[in-house]
Design a protein around this ligand. Structure first.
Ligand SMILES: N=CN[C@@H](CCC(=O)O)C(=O)O
Ligand SMILES: [Zn+2]
Length: 433
């Protein structure tokens, strides 16, 4: 340790899940190893971890360094900050009116086909001002943080014109610049074929490739590009054209694949070398094999299955086949209106048959890897960001077991305490205002 001070020492941690292990996404039995340390401590300087392990060893390492602030974890469970790898964070309006349609038996694609679903959020997003979109997305980002997420991916895809997509992406940029949570931006102009292009999907695809992608790149507003590959939305061939163009421009690529129908989206993800493929409810064993071989991360969204009353992703088969699996809320106003990664923990255990240890791996190292952040977050190690969550729980299984409430007591983001006693601490700018 070169530093002669410590900014923050978190001590008296009952169980510390370090997630230390192999670099990058974990597969198979590696997903069960959470690197637990009992009676642990973490020392932080400059927003990064400088010492971690059993408290006695950490204190020995610190020797006579001056500790500026101490945080007594009072025996709590501590995990890395949760990483949320898939949200549709920025949007206008809400869709509670779809609940009664669903209860009358209308399917997700039927609602979309009739101009509702994603397209009704497109209308609301186009009609909203940038400030209104920002205020709404900020509230959701605050909630994600209160429930333990310290890094969050956010997709566009409710604008579907160049200007409206840019409007959403600028809001994401404002959140990146102002919010303690790290926000990772994804362009998803191919989220639906807009009403004005109905029956002219190929023309819309052409516009995404020729106008939207280059402009988004030029303005540096997104790191990844995603496509909704689904019957009645974008075909495998259209998805391939968009993702190939995006890759050539230097975007990382992602795909919403096989959510409802087995389309071959997983196979396409493997062929193109996508960093991740999302949903995967209808994927064949061949699709899983292809993804495992190419190292494509499967991002599973059990809250969406729950809310759409759809089938569940075959997580056990994926893990057995050696596919890295990540988990997410899929927070969006239609198929999954929840910001709670803790609810997703419960659904993953009960509906995907994943163990609490596999779930934590899927929400930390594997989720970080799915958004290109595996080198900086997702595990607690010297040199990585000091993103920590302290829960009002003493063991990991308690989180999915006692469901539907928030167990987060304290969140440390890049070395700063941003949530205490379950409440957000205002940033310096907010406190001044
Ligand atoms: N399936 C496509 N996109 C989102 C849902 C968006 C919406 O319904 O507004 C998803 O991942 O579930
Ligand atoms: Zn999605």
């Amino acid at each position: 340790m070169a530093q002669d001070t410590v900014d923050l020492l978190v001590y008296n941690i009952g169980t510390l899940m370090t997630m230390q292990g192999p670099k990058g996404p974990r597969t198979g039995a590696q997903m069960s190893d959470v690197g637990a340390v009992h009676q642990g401590a973490v020392a932080i300087f400059g927003g990064e971890i400088i010492a971690i392990g059993p408290e006695a060893a950490v204190r020995r390492q610190l020797a006579d360094r001056m500790v500026r602030e101490e945080l007594d974890a009072e025996g709590r469970l501590v995990t890395p900050g949760l990483v949320e790898p898939h949200t549709h964070l920025v949007h206008g309006g809400s869709r509670e009116h779809e609940l009664s349609l669903k209860l009358q038996g209308a399917s997700y694609l039927e609602i979309l086909e009739s101009g509702g679903g994603i397209l009704s959020t497109v209308k609301a997003t186009r009609n909203a001002t940038e400030d209104a979109l920002f205020a709404k997305a900020k509230r959701s980002l605050d909630t994600l943080l209160l429930y333990g997420a310290t890094t969050v991916e956010a997709k566009s895809g409710y604008g579907l014109t160049l200007e409206d997509e840019l409007k959403q992406l600028r809001v994401t940029k404002r959140l990146q610049d102002s919010h303690p949570v790290d926000v990772v931006s994804t362009f998803m102009g191919a989220h639906a074929v807009p009403m004005e292009f109905k029956g002219r999907g190929d023309e819309y695809v052409k516009m995404v490739i020729q106008e939207m992608l280059p402009d988004v790149k030029r303005q540096g507003l997104a790191e990844f590009c995603d496509v909704f590959c689904e019957h009645g939305v974008f075909t495998v061939e259209q998805s391939e054209r968009i993702l190939t163009a995006a890759k050539e421009l230097g975007f990382g690529i992602k795909i919403h694949a096989d959510e409802i129908e087995p389309m071959g989206g997983a196979e396409l993800a493997a062929k193109l070398g996508c960093i991740s493929a999302e949903h995967l409810l209808a994927t064949s064993d061949e699709g899983f094999q292809a993804m495992a071989k190419r190292g494509v991360i499967g991002v599973l969204l059990p809250a969406t299955s729950f809310n759409l009353r759809a089938k569940h992703a075959r997580a056990r088969t994926m893990i057995e086949m050696g596919m890295p699996v990540a988990l997410s809320t899929d927070y969006n106003p239609g198929s999954s209106p929840t910001e709670s990664m803790q609810l997703v923990m419960t659904l993953s255990c009960l509906n995907l048959q994943m163990t609490p240890e596999e779930v934590l791996t899927a929400m930390t190292m594997n989720a970080a890897s799915a958004i290109g952040r595996g080198d900086t977050v997702g595990s607690l190690e010297v040199g990585k960001k000091a993103d920590l969550v302290l829960y009002d729980a003493t063991n990991l299984a308690y989180l999915p077991y006692h469901f539907g409430i928030n167990h987060v007591n304290t969140v440390v983001k890049a070395g700063r305490i941003v949530v205490r006693n379950g409440q957000l601490i205002p940033t310096e700018t907010e406190a001044r205002a």
